[in-house]
Design a protein around this ligand. Structure first.
Ligand code: ADP
Length: 785
């Protein structure tokens, strides 16, 4: 017997649709649902204000995240909201299924889906056949409950009280852990006879599966294939987790992770590690500390560009254009970079030396690196090695450490997002070594093309291929770089810029950039040359351009404020008005006035920012044979001063100084700026010259500076940092330079155009120094090399 009920419209024609991912809801059954999406909250709020009725429909594609693209099955369930709680752990909605319904038409998507629906009624049957079908189902269900620890025995009793075939099938289906699609199939089966048949089939399958589990539990060896065994074990695990009260969301988190990794390109070894770790993770309690550690580890694996590279676009002409576009002059360096890139283009497998840019700060090292990356179409990443003493900073900490992370190299690659970036290792000369291992040797492995295809980071515990990375290093000085590292590098030196070059760079690059960065209009701001020169001379003391750029930035900031306050005129910045923005000059160029007094000589120093000049001042007052030294002088410099004094005393006659100058006097030598520590032997001849100048009351030639160590016998010995010192002297307007004879070769490194502006004197003995310092310069001992 068969009868079809015509659908009656007991429910509103239009209802909001709540999409769910994991299950279909059956009439009469109460189900809790986790609510994550905010749009759904609106839907629930609106429903709660009204008749509390909604349609719950299962989404077709579980993986689709884009709300607008989500499609649901047409056959769904009319539900009533029973309860809605919002707690820390999440928002839970309890709904009770009321009836099956067909979604006829979606009539709106925003703020949530609304649909026109028709209620669906069961196609009912009765009779002996149905009765015996129902008895079969009860028997099967009882077996299942016995085999499933998670199903309560009461369920069997409850099912015995349901005498309608349709609701019986629905109740049992809802307790089973069926695949979501099977559940939907059951929902869509309106004919109760067919519904019972299907359920019978599913129950049989389930019993088979469960009894298989039992056998496994008893550890009976069986010929189960691997995949079935795994599937079974996973199911078991789920049940155990549920028993332990673990959140279903954690299980799905692991599933989600697995899906994420399935879609990611990974080398074979990495995939093995990931799968092993995922297995470990799935067995952990989410609140346990190991869970977080393991989760972070997996996140690192996911974020690293194991196989992701950018495509190189190596066009040498284009590269040349980019280098010129961002850099003024530096012709030799640009040529060398282009040659380097050409070799890479012709023979990509050739692992040439690593480029190392050296020079004082602000001379364009980073910006050259950036241009190389731009020319190659690669990502650019930069890390500083300054102060790195611990090998673990390069190689990472083992995971057993609390808060362990990969080393800086791997961190840099994660940031780059590709495995072939241009990777700049800054300040390689500032690497330290101590008891925590030698970072330089770890770095050797990073830079060595023979080894770096399998770089071992302690945290990852798996080798990472660095062979596609293009490393570039930078350093301020070459001396501190460990020689095995230096051997692998090709050094390109950036010596610093002359005043004219700085003015050119400022007008062509820096000013424009700063004007734009500060939101000003290029046409509304004009920096006159005089202003730039004033910045260079009065506000900065550097070989590079960093401070100059910063000062230009300060001016622009001041202008931005004026514009914001309503100023509309064009601004013209000159040497006369620049102090309005920068305050009084920090440095005064008073070479002439300061050296006009006897007792003041100009020396040259080697500093981190390139080089500098320094004034050595000597004075004398009544006292008792003491020598006072101030200006934070180091031990070696103090010894130089003692040596100089002894030389003068033993050669007083020869120098035309009265023998007893030392009897009733104290001598004081001061080297400003007093707050900056200074040391080294290279001020020897300068101190001696300053003292002689004081004691003979003769002032020293203006625009003369000198460097050199002096011995007790007056021999002048070579010193270091000559190139930087000479460039600095040139920047300060020095015209004559005295250097130790043995430093002659150092001039080879100095650009010709700078050498042309200077007169060099190479000396072996102190006598010669004094002759040059005090006599009118008639004969040049040596001019230009
Ligand atoms: P470094 O890395 O050597 O400390 P940067 O590359 O940071 O120096 O350079 C400092 C600033 O000077 C940057 O704004 C850079 O663009 C600019 N700069 C340096 N050299 C040049 C140059 N030759 N031409 C144009 N701008 C330059």
């Amino acid at each position: 017997m068969e009868k079809t009920d015509k659908p009656e419209l007991n429910y509103p024609e239009i209802m909001p649709v709540l999409p769910v991912r994991d299950t279909a809801i059956f009439p009469m059954i109460i189900v809790p649902l986790m609510i994550k999406d905010d749009d759904n909250i609106n839907l629930i709020d609106d429903a709660l204000k009204g008749d509390k009725l909604i349609i719950v429909a299962m989404v077709k594609d579980k993986k689709k995240k884009d709300k607008d693209l989500i499609k649901t099955y047409k056959i769904a369930t009319i539900c009533k909201i029973i309860k809605f709680t919002s707690e820390k752990e999440g928002r839970v909605l309890a709904v009770q299924g009321l009836s099956r319904a067909n979604i006829d038409e979606i009539i709106s998507e925003h703020p949530y889906k609304q649909a026109r629906i028709t209620e669906l009624k069961n196609i009912e049957h009765s009779g002996k056949e149905i009765d015996s079908q129902m008895t079969d189902i009860w028997i099967l269900f009882k077996q299942i409950v016995n085999l499933s620890p998670h199903l309560a025995n009461e369920l069997v009793k409850i099912s015995l009280h349901i005498d309608q075939p349709g609701p019986l099938a629905d109740m049992i289906t809802s307790t089973l852990k069926l695949d979501r699609k099977k559940k939907q199939e059951m929902l869509e089966t309106l004919d109760v006879k067919k519904r019972l048949e299907k359920l019978n089939l599913f129950l049989n399958e389930e019993i088979q599966f469960k009894s298989m589990g039992k056998e496994l539990q008893e550890e009976v060896e069986m010929g189960l294939d691997q995949s079935k065994r795994e599937y079974y074990l996973k199911e078991q695990l789920k049940t155990i987790k549920e028993k332990l009260g673990m959140d279903q969301s954690e299980i799905s988190e692991i599933e989600e992770l697995q899906e994420k990794f399935d879609e990611k390109d990974l080398p074979k070894d990495a995939r093995k590690v990931v799968n092993k770790e995922l297995k470990r993770l799935s067995k952990m309690q989410p609140i346990s500390p190991e869970y977080t550690v393991s989760r972070t580890y997996l996140d690192w694996f996911f974020d690293l560009p194991w196989l992701d590279s950018t495509d190189d676009m190596l066009d040498i002409k284009q590269a040349e254009k980019i280098l010129h576009q961002h850099h003024y002059n530096l012709e030799k360096i640009k040529q060398r970079i282009l040659e380097y890139l050409s070799v890479r283009k012709l023979n990509p497998a050739h692992k040439g030396p690593i480029l190392c840019f050296t020079g004082p700060p602000g001379t364009g090292k980073t910006s050259l690196g950036r241009s190389i990356a731009e020319a190659l179409g690669r990502k650019f990443i930069r890390i500083s090695l300054g102060g790195v003493r611990d090998e673990a900073e390069i190689r990472g900490h083992r995971r057993t450490y609390v808060g362990a992370l990969p080393g800086r190299i791997i961190q840099g690659l994660k940031k780059a997002g590709s495995n072939n970036p241009v990777f700049m290792l800054d300040e390689i000369d500032k690497l330290g070594t101590d008891f925590r291992g030698d970072p330089a040797s770890a770095l050797l492995e990073v830079l060595d093309p023979e080894q770096n295809f399998s770089f071992a980071d302690h945290y990852l515990e798996l080798e990472f291929d660095l062979s596609k990375v293009m490393f570039i290093t930078t350093a301020n000085q070459l001396d501190p770089i460990p020689s095995p590292l230096l051997d692998r590098m090709e050094v390109l030196e950036l010596v610093g810029y002359t005043e004219d070059e700085k003015i050119n760079i400022a007008t062509r690059f820096l000013i424009k950039r700063q004007i734009i960065e500060h939101g000003l209009a290029i046409k509304k701001v004009l920096f006159r040359k005089s202003a730039i020169r004033k910045i260079i001379r009065g506000y900065t003391r550097e070989a590079g351009l960093r401070n100059m750029e910063r000062e230009i930035g300060s001016v622009c900031r001041g202008l931005a404020r004026r514009v914001a306050e309503g100023a509309k005129d064009k601004f013209i910045i000159t040497d006369k008005n620049i102090h309005e923005f920068l305050g009084n000059p920090k440095f005064t160029s008073d070479l002439q006035t300061r050296t006009s007094i006897p007792g003041v000589a100009i020396g040259m120093a080697w500093t981190a920012s390139g080089g500098d000049i320094l004034f050595v001042e000597a004075t004398m007052m009544p006292g008792q044979k003491s020598l006072v030294l101030t200006g934070q002088l180091g031990e070696i410099m103090k010894e130089s001063a003692q040596t100089a004094l002894s030389y003068i005393r033993s050669n007083a006659k020869h120098l035309n100084i009265s023998d007893d100058f030392y009897q009733n006097h104290d001598l004081h030598i001061h080297v400003p700026a007093g707050a900056i520590p200074k040391d080294g032997p290279s001020a020897g001849i300068t101190i001696l010259t300053a003292l002689t100048s004081l004691l003979t009351s003769r002032s020293i030639k203006p625009q003369l500076s000198m460097t050199g160590e002096v011995t007790l016998r007056g021999a002048v010995l070579p010193v270091g940092g000559v190139k930087e010192k000479v460039l600095a002297a040139n920047r300060y307007g020095i015209k004559h330079i005295i250097l130790p004879h043995d430093n002659r070769r150092d001039l080879d490194d100095i650009p010709d155009k700078i050498k042309k502006q200077l007169n060099f004197y190479f000396v072996k003995q102190m006598d010669e120094v004094l002759k040059i310092a005090f006599n009118p310069i008639k004969k040049k001992l040596c001019k230009k090399t």
